[in-house]
Design a protein around this ligand. Structure first.
Ligand SMILES: [Zn+2]
Length: 149
């Protein structure tokens, strides 16, 4: 059972969100890294207490970013080079398959940082630091309830 007390943090601008996303830092306070190991994300920020990993389905955002970056920046261009004869077919398939397997692992952290950045840029009021003191936010209360489970 994890028990955290949310700490008050100053308002977060879009520029700060961008920098924190690219550095894979907590979008709310910017003081901690998102990952506790190479591939394991913190469930809550150890500094401000904001929930980072929000449960089922939340991983789909990073997955889509990871897939899109891997396919459109590496696999598809490699296959096109092979299709138009710049690279031999066997070598093309080997390079594309290797990239398709390795890039998602290498981009995993970056895709999480980008996902949180995009999410909170689109919904800045969802960020704890950007909520008003008199905010009657049900999702905020939901987070408190799920922490005691
Ligand atoms: Zn934080």
């Amino acid at each position: 059972m994890e028990e955290f007390q949310l700490q008050p943090t100053p308002h977060v601008t879009r520029r700060q969100l961008l920098m924190r996303g690219l550095r894979c830092q907590c979008p709310n306070c910017g003081q901690t890294k998102l990952f506790k190991t190479r591939l394991r994300i913190h469930r809550y920020c150890s500094n401000c207490g904001m929930r980072i990993e929000r449960g089922d389905g939340y991983y789909l955002g990073p997955l889509c970013i990871n897939y899109a970056v891997a396919v459109f920046t590496f696999v598809l261009p490699t296959l096109l080079l092979g299709f138009f004869g710049y690279i031999a077919t066997k070598l093309t398939l080997t390079i594309a398959a290797t990239g398709a397997l390795l890039l998602p692992v290498l981009l995993y952290r970056f895709s999480w940082g980008c996902w949180l950045m995009i999410y909170y840029m689109c919904l800045p009021d969802e960020l704890h630091a950007n909520r008003t003191a008199d905010c009657d936010d049900l999702s905020f209360e939901e987070e408190r309830r799920t922490r005691t489970k």
